[in-house]
Design a protein around this ligand. Structure first.
Ligand code: AMP
Ligand code: ZN
Length: 465
């Protein structure tokens, strides 16, 4: 399998450190809001990669953190007159709700900053002892001038960076590129005790500390969205490699942006759609299909027409699967005949082609194209006289390949009901807010799922078709 390694800029054969074992870490969300479709793209890519590695027989340990100490969380807590714990716990729960509907599996662990404070403090302490970090007025900074390889991931010109660095009013750093490992707590902020002063960690140190704690040494794959390359991943490398003298990760994977009108979808540009609001209109499996329909390194534009086209694409896959299931169920037990040999034995060629495409730097776009070719192949060969065995073979390959991408999976009844209840609640709120257009859209979404709503004096009742 070949993967593009963004630290070398080359696509090379991927060989894990230990045969058949993959240690993989992706930077997770800062939990102060619902996540948007751009974030979803990055989470989705790592989830799909993990599923694919497992399909190829690797044993994967996948870790994705939650940043639960951050300015944005502190501000949100202030706004809502509550604690940072309440804010982060709420959005961790909401993350899992949306991730589940997107078919993103739980990582093997989801470490939080608040639960790794001792490891973070210990890490910083070791960096100070080794002379890579210094404490000043209760803050601690990483001394970039001490780490010679700084810039090797993002290939930045350090002189230009230094010249362009923002000069803070309270300039206590030794060098303009030095970054905070620890920040003195301001009034009313969460704080932890460390020997250089009470405060909280900077953002970058958490991932270095969590990787050290979970995996010990070098990991196989580390990644996130392309915006994390600099400074976040560059700083993670500096911290970890300064401390251990070993590579933090062998492969660096960076996911291309999900754009709106060719601009990165982001909270700061206010051009984002949360996954929560999208599900009022689209099944999140459509969003999964849409996000995987492009190669993970290419930019992908988000727009209604494109999502609707994904919806039609996914429908074609469902139709093929349901048609086969129907024929299998209702056809008499038609015996297999010799002339079915050719097309059924060709089914495995689609599996081989799919693997070939996915092995080429995880090309889900081409992988999906192979699945559509498979559907064409199946549709042009099945008739009312096709044997049960041939139908089952075709069904199995289709479900297998789609399943690798997390598509066409059977949903569990429990999560389905939770989704319906949540949609009904959102619709009730929309009606209260007199947003009848939104309320109608949600009713339509539920109807698509075969759910009828009845507004009764004792509340909304729902039933299935
Ligand atoms: P954040 O919560 O902002 O730290 O983002 C969580 C993850 O989403 C990070 O890996 C980001 O790089 C990624 N991300 C943010 N915006 C986008 C986008 N528009 N397209 C793809 N990935 C994104
Ligand atoms: Zn990180």
């Amino acid at each position: 399998m070949k993967l593009f390694n963004s630290i070398t800029g080359k696509k090379v054969e991927f060989v894990p450190i230990v045969a058949n074992e993959i240690k993989m870490y992706a930077c997770g969300p800062t939990v102060y809001n619902y996540f948007h479709v751009g974030n979803a793209r990055t989470f989705m890519v790592f989830d799909a990669m993990r599923k694919y590695f497992e399909y190829r027989g690797y044993n994967v340990t996948f870790v994705q953190n939650f940043t639960d100490v951050d300015d944005k969380i502190i501000n949100k807590a202030k706004e809502e007159k509550t604690t940072t714990e309440v804010v982060s716990e709420k959005y961790i729960k909401e993350y899992f709700f949306d991730a589940d509907l997107l078919g993103i599996n739980r990582a093997d662990s989801h470490p939080k900053v608040t639960e790794n404070m001792q490891e973070i403090i210990e890490f910083i302490s070791l960096l100070i002892d080794k002379g890579y970090a210094y404490a000043v007025e209760g803050d601690v900074y990483f001394d970039v001038s001490k780490y010679e390889e700084y810039g090797k991931l993002s290939k930045q010109n350090l002189d230009e960076l230094r010249a362009g660095a923002r000069v803070e009013t309270k300039e206590i750093k030794r060098g303009p590129l030095d970054f905070a490992l620890w920040k003195t707590a301001k009034e009313g902020e969460p704080r932890w005790e460390a020997k250089w002063g009470k405060g909280r960690p900077g953002w970058h140190i958490e991932c270095s500390a969590m990787i050290k704690k979970t995996f010990g040494g070098t990991i196989d794959i580390h990644g996130g969205g392309s915006d994390l390359k600099f400074p976040h991943h560059e700083n993670e490398i500096a911290q970890s490699e300064a401390l251990t003298g070993k590579p933090l990760a062998n492969f660096w994977i960076h996911v291309g942006f999900l754009n709106i009108d060719n601009k990165k979808m982001s909270k700061s540009l206010d051009n984002f759609f949360t996954v929560r609001e999208i599900q009022e209109e689209f099944d999140l499996e459509v969003i999964r299909f849409f996000l995987l329909s492009a190669h993970y390194r290419s930019p992908l534009n988000f727009g209604r027409e494109l999502v609707e086209s994904s919806q039609r694409g996914l429908e074609r896959l469902y139709n093929a699967k349901n048609n086969l299931a129907y024929l299998i169920k209702h056809a008499e037990d038609i015996p297999f005949t010799k002339n079915e040999n050719k097309w059924t034995s060709e089914l495995v060629l689609f599996r081989e082609k799919f693997i070939l495409e996915m092995d080429d730097d995880f090309n889900t776009a081409n992988g999906i194209a192979v699945i559509f070719d498979l559907v064409k192949h199946i549709n042009s060969n099945i008739t009312g006289q096709t044997s049960t065995r041939a139908l089952k073979l075709a069904h199995a390959v289709l479900v297998e390949l789609c399943g690798v991408l997390g598509l066409l999976l059977e949903k569990e009844e429990e999560s389905l009901e939770e989704e319906i209840e949540k949609l009904i609640k959102t619709r009730q709120q929309a009606r209260k807010d007199k947003d009848f257009e939104k309320a109608d859209k949600i009713r339509g979404r539920l109807l698509d799922k075969g759910i009828f709503l009845e507004d009764t004096p004792s509340g909304v009742k729902w039933s299935r078709k």
